[in-house]
Structure formats: C-alpha cells, structure tokens
Design a binder for this molecule. Structure first.
Ligand code: GN1
Ligand code: MG
Length: 557
C-alpha cells in the first residue's frame, strides 16, 4: 500500500472506532449484534469485501441483515464470487479486522494479510462490491459505513442494490460473475420463466384443478413479503395472499423461525385459514417453511425444511429415472448422475429414515449453510436443507452441460416424449432454484410447481412420513465455547464426561436422540431432543438442559 492509500484508510477508519469491550466473531452467518454496536464492524467488512474482490478479480457481495433476529439487531455477511458464503479461510481475518482496537492496528493487519495472501493493490483491476440490506431501520446508516469501507480501498466501487432479500443479492453476485444481467427484474424474469416451464410440462393425468391454487404467505414483516407482492402480479397461476409484508414489527410473532420453533400460527393468521396451504418466510427471505392451520386452535401442522427437501428429492429422483430410461442404459446414453442429500443433526430422524428408504445417499454436516453447501457441491445434484427451511439444490456444471446436450438430442429425435419432458423439467429446476444460496422465493415456486405436478395437497405432502416429536431448548452458560463437538456436532468431547451423561439419559427413552452444541449466532447452548412422544422429547430435553447447567455453570446474565 502506498502512502496515499494508507492515509486515506487511516482517515476513514478513524471515523468508525470500535465499541469498547465488545468481541465480534464471524459466526454461523456473518457478524451479528445489536445494531448500535456494528458501524465499525460493517465498515471493516467493507474493506474486506473490496480486498476479496481484488484478490479474486470478481464481483463480491455484502449484505446487511440479521435475518430472523429481532429488529434492533443487525448483521453483515459477505458473498463470494460464486454467490456462496465467504470462503471459510478468510473468516479468521474477518474476526481479526473486526476486533482491531484502532486504525493503526487495523492497517498493520491489512499489511500482513495482503502480504500473506499475495494481493497486489497497485495496478490491480478495480474492486467491485454489490451492497444490499434488509428492511431494518438501522440498515441505511450501516450501508453507508460499508460503502465508506469499500471506497477506503483506492479505486474500489460500491454498487448499492438497495433493499433486497439475502438470496437476491447472492444471485446478483453469481449472475454478474457469469457475465449475465443481474438486476432485480432479471432475477424475477428467470424465476417466472422457469416456473411457467415447469407448469407447462405437467402430465395431463394430474389435472391442475386437483390442487387449490390458493396460497397464504407470512412475510415476517420483512423484505420477502414486499418482493413477493411484486412477483405475484406476474404469476399467471397461483393466487397468493401475502400477509405481514412490512406493516408490523419484523420477526415479532411472525416468520419462518417463529413458526418452525413454536409450532403455532404467526400473527394475522387464524381459524378462518384452517386447511389452506400456508407458507412462512424469515426476515431476509432465505428460509421457507409451510404449514396448515388446525381448526379451532392456534396450532399448526408444520411442513418444515426436511419435508421440502424430501419433496424435492422425490421429484428429482423421479425425473432422473424417466430421463435415464431402460433403452438409454442399453445404448449407453444415460449419465449416472450422483444424487446426494445433505442435512444437519437437527433434521428430524423420521426424514433421514425416509430419505434413506428412497435409496438416497444422506450425509450430515455441522450446522450452518456454508457446511451444507460445500458438501452438496460434491454431487451432480446435491440437495441440502436445514430443518428450519434454509436450503437449495446444486447442479454440477458437468451434469448441466450433459443435460443440455441430451435435451437437444431428444428434441430432435423424440420431441415431446416423456424423456424429453424430464430433461426439460430438470433444466427448468436448475434455473428456478437459486444455486447461490437457499432462497425462500425460488423455493416456494418450486414447491408450488411440484405440488401441481404431483397433484398433491399440503396434507398429502405432509403425509410422506410422520415427524418424530422433538424439542429444542436454549441454555445460557458462562462460556459456551467450552463445548467442543465432533461427528457433525452429535458428540461432545469437552467438557469430559458430559457426553456419557447425555447418552445415559437418552437411553431411557424409546427412539431417543439428543445432542447439544454451542450456537454460532446467539450466546447460548442449544439442546435438541427427539423421542417417541412429545412428553418424552420434552423430558429428555429438560434433563439434558440440567446436565448442561451442571457441567458448564448457569449464567444469570
Ligand atoms: C438450530 C438452528 O436453527 N440453528 C440456526 C442458527 O444457527 P446457530 O448456530 O444454531 O445459532 O442460525 C443459522 C443462521 O441463520 C442457521 O444456519 C442455523 O440453522
Ligand atoms: Mg435468514
């Protein structure tokens, strides 16, 4: 860095001093904290994003959101050139940057990092960062801090995409780097075109009238509802009633996180909605769950991320089977695409059993989309979902290019055949689903298209398998980092002895399964328990919660 660059950086950084006594960590999904503490962190992530753009020679994304957390919180995360999460190898640098006590130590860190990563600032192509934010009131000033961080790196440009969903921003980064137009309209166009395609190829046997075209969506009073309001006017089919699209408090008694964890109706829903297909998005619209309201109660039948995954897996497996017909296998024309399913330990045990019974390869990873995404990318078709509704489908380049060629062949030899339609459907899914990151809007359209294809109501879908009763609890402890886990977070190795105690407790319950892990987004330890009855799951979770207190000490703060 030359003298001029250094002095610009020092000047800008001194306008954003870090709050004293706060330790920041780039957790499961970027930095998150009370919004009033975040200006310096966001400024510094702006610098990081510009450096990442220079290093990769690509467009990078920076999103300001705290997703399903309360409205007074905010957060910041970076999207890599592929549209996926920031490479994990840069996370320690992000932590160090955010925690540097003053501008001089910040500059020292930058010098060291630039040298270590061999980033040449002089004469490098200009950095370009796309900036987005959710609807939080603190978003505007944080976005400005990010902009100043980006432009503190000489020649870097910040392009403000405004209020967007997290997946929209990731999609835009991916599209830009593929040289494709990347506006919000382009995003909507791609979703709508591929959705219509899927509907056009629905087999006649399932008349569309079998499935009601009415859907009610809870927008969590965030950005997703707002975008869906825009999108729905362009959907030929499907009557969507969007509720909670910004008139109430973000994430308060609404949204996918609330619905999935509490298993009750969100605000603005009630007995009059009983039986109708309903969906809920989270605050930044990267999570999606479905539900139906039970009559005369505020309870729901939840159709969670595991069931969305199962629906997608079933459909894709069916289409692959049609595409690789027996004649093709003989003629050696088929492609044995690897189809893999990725879940976390929070996936309901019944879903994992169901997927294995379908003959699918199921892999567990630690919590956090960055781990699931990485694993899913190892397959030709990799489907990943967290139980909370965050997930997507990834298609390998090799498979897609084979599919394009095969589709062209089929179009000339057997246009309109079942095989040809299967190829067209798979291509449409690859365009409809957001391959950068889990996306509630694109996921919702894919669910709707598949339900139409199958001729299934939400109830029929829900009956694919029956969830085992489960309970999730949180415990505050003195130091949650004292817990060290292995085996995709299902086994605790520190503190010594607690795993044996959990195992002894779990063995008392038929179909019992229980694990604990420190949260990466909140200062809590999470306890998850499953058993054959709700009462048993509740009891197991509560007794393991007591073990956590015993081994890690209860914190009253
Ligand atoms: C049990 C649970 O739902 N955990 C969530 C939550 O992570 P924690 O590390 O558990 O706080 O937030 C993450 C980011 O949204 C999400 O990826 C993850 O699934
Ligand atoms: Mg989210």
């Amino acid at each position: 860095m030359n003298e001029q660059q250094r002095s610009i950086l020092i000047q800008s950084a001194s306008r954003f001093p870090p709050p004293p006594g706060v330790k920041f960590s780039y957790g499961t999904a970027g930095f998150r904290a009370d919004a009033s503490l975040l200006e310096s962190t966001v400024f510094r992530v702006g610098i990081l994003a510009a450096l990442r753009s220079i290093q990769t020679g690509s467009v990078i994304g920076l999103m300001i959101t705290a997703s399903h957390n309360k409205v007074s919180d905010n957060g910041v995360k970076v999207a890599d050139p592929s549209g996926g999460m920031l490479t994990q190898s840069w996370e320690p640098f992000a932590d160090a940057l955010a925690n540097a006590p003053d501008s001089h130590s910040l500059l020292q860190l930058l010098d060291d990092f630039v040298k270590k990563e061999k980033i040449t600032l002089e004469g490098a192509p200009a950095a370009e960062v796309l900036l987005g934010r959710d609807t939080r009131p603190s978003g505007m000033s944080l976005l400005d801090a990010a902009k100043q961080g980006i432009t503190a790196i000489m020649g870097a440009s910040a392009r403000v995409m405004g209020v967007v969903t997290t997946p929209q921003l990731h999609w835009m980064v991916r599209a830009k780097n593929k040289g494709v137009e990347a506006s919000e309209n382009n995003y909507f166009d791609q979703l709508l075109a591929s959705f219509r395609y899927l509907l056009d190829y629905i087999p006649q046997r399932n008349s569309r009238n079998n499935v009601t075209d009415k859907l009610i969506v809870d927008g969590s009073d965030g950005v997703g509802g707002e975008k869906l309001e825009k999108l729905k006017t362009r959907l030929g089919y499907l009557t969507i009633d969007v509720r909670n699209y910004g008139d109430g408090v973000l994430n308060e008694g609404v949204g996918a996180d609330y619905v999935q964890k509490e298993k009750v109706v969100p605000r603005s829903f009630g007995p009059a909605d009983a039986g109708i297909r309903c969906a809920s998005l989270d605050g930044d619209a990267d999570r999606l769950v479905y539900f139906s309201v039970l009559s005369n109660s505020n309870k729901i039948d939840l159709v969670d991320g595991d069931k969305i995954l199962s629906l997608f897996a079933l459909f894709l497996k069916e289409q692959l089977g049609i595409l690789n017909g027996p004649e093709d296998a003989k003629a050696n024309k088929s492609y044995q695409a690897s189809l893999g399913v990725v879940q976390t330990a929070y996936a309901n045990g019944a879903s994992t059993d169901y997927l294995k019974q379908l003959g699918l390869e199921v892999v567990l990873t630690p919590t956090g989309v960055k781990y699931l995404h990485e694993k899913a990318a190892e397959y030709d078709i990799g489907i990943y979902f967290e139980a909370n509704g965050h997930g997507t489908i990834l298609f390998s380049d090799a498979f897609l290019s084979w599919l394009e060629t095969r589709n062209n062949e089929l179009a000339s030899t057997s246009k309109g055949s079942d095989q040809h339609k299967a190829a067209l459907r798979l291509l449409a899914v690859s365009k409809l689903i957001n391959q950068a990151v889990g996306d509630a809007l694109s996921g919702l359209l894919l669910v709707e298209a598949i339900l139409q294809h199958m001729g299934w109501s939400i109830h029929k879908w829900n009956e694919l398998y029956q969830d085992l009763p489960s309970r999730q609890l949180k415990v505050k402890v003195v130091d949650r980092t004292a817990i060290i886990t292995i085996n995709a977070e299902t086994t605790v190795v520190r503190p010594v002895g607690i795993q044996e105690a959990i195992d002894t407790e779990t063995a008392k319950y038929p179909q019992g399964r229980c694990f604990i892990r420190p949260s990466g987004t909140e200062d809590v330890v999470r306890v998850y328990a499953e058993a054959s009855t709700q009462e048993a799951a509740d009891n197991l979770a509560r007794s393991v919660m007591r073990l956590v207190d015993q081994y890690l000490g209860f914190s009253s703060s």
